[in-house]
Design a protein around this ligand. Sequence first.
Ligand code: GTB
Length: 216
Amino acid sequence: MTPTITAFATSPDRGKGLARDMRVRWALEEVGQPYDVRLVSFEEMKQPAHLALHPFGQIPTYEEDDLVLFESGAIVLHLAERHAGLLPDDANARARAISWMFAALNTVEPPIVERSMIGLLERDETWYAQRLPAVEGRLRKRLGELSRRLGDADWLDGAFSAGDLMMVSVLLRSKSSGILDEYPNLSAYVARGEARPAYQRAFAAQLAVFETQGRA
Ligand code: GTB
């Protein structure tokens, strides 16, 4: 059965690929698995039918036969485990690639989301200017550490893996702050991810949603 994922009917990013269905689409494209997309409105996400799939009323979800998954990390890991191409065969290298997936989601994504949210939600608050340096400091600390580890390598641990897919997906959300540009090797790493044909196909598919639905 062709799996079905859910995505925003009208993504706030206007098709820039920042919503978390993008990483699932990218993984599906990397492994060559065709998929269907069910678009949901913000209202539909909070209705019982969607809450039965996702306890927090969010996207993305993933349905395949009688399996229902939520959490983008769990979905990408599921795809990587069941298809060739996103995890190495060697058991230790596989475990390390999975570590990088968790690092992307648990260690690098939080300061990126914090920076993004303060810009979106707190820009007009009296404390914005006072809080921003600390928030950006936490982000720079993480990106500096990641930049040092990546060095001049193409990918985090040998060949491209689900760890890189997740890390690039997470880093993309920090681009608009301008802070990613301070780390040329990370910018180049993200650009390498974006240049992958599978990424391009996934990006085009989610942009097409905005082109057809989002402009309405
Ligand atoms: N931990 C979960 C996962 O990884 O799957 C988080 C899922 C999540 O945050 N989903 C968001 C959602 O459904 C969409 S991705 N939000 C609706 C809600 O909670 O009611 C977050 C997101 C949204 C928009 C942009 N953007 O426009 O730039 C970027 C990221």
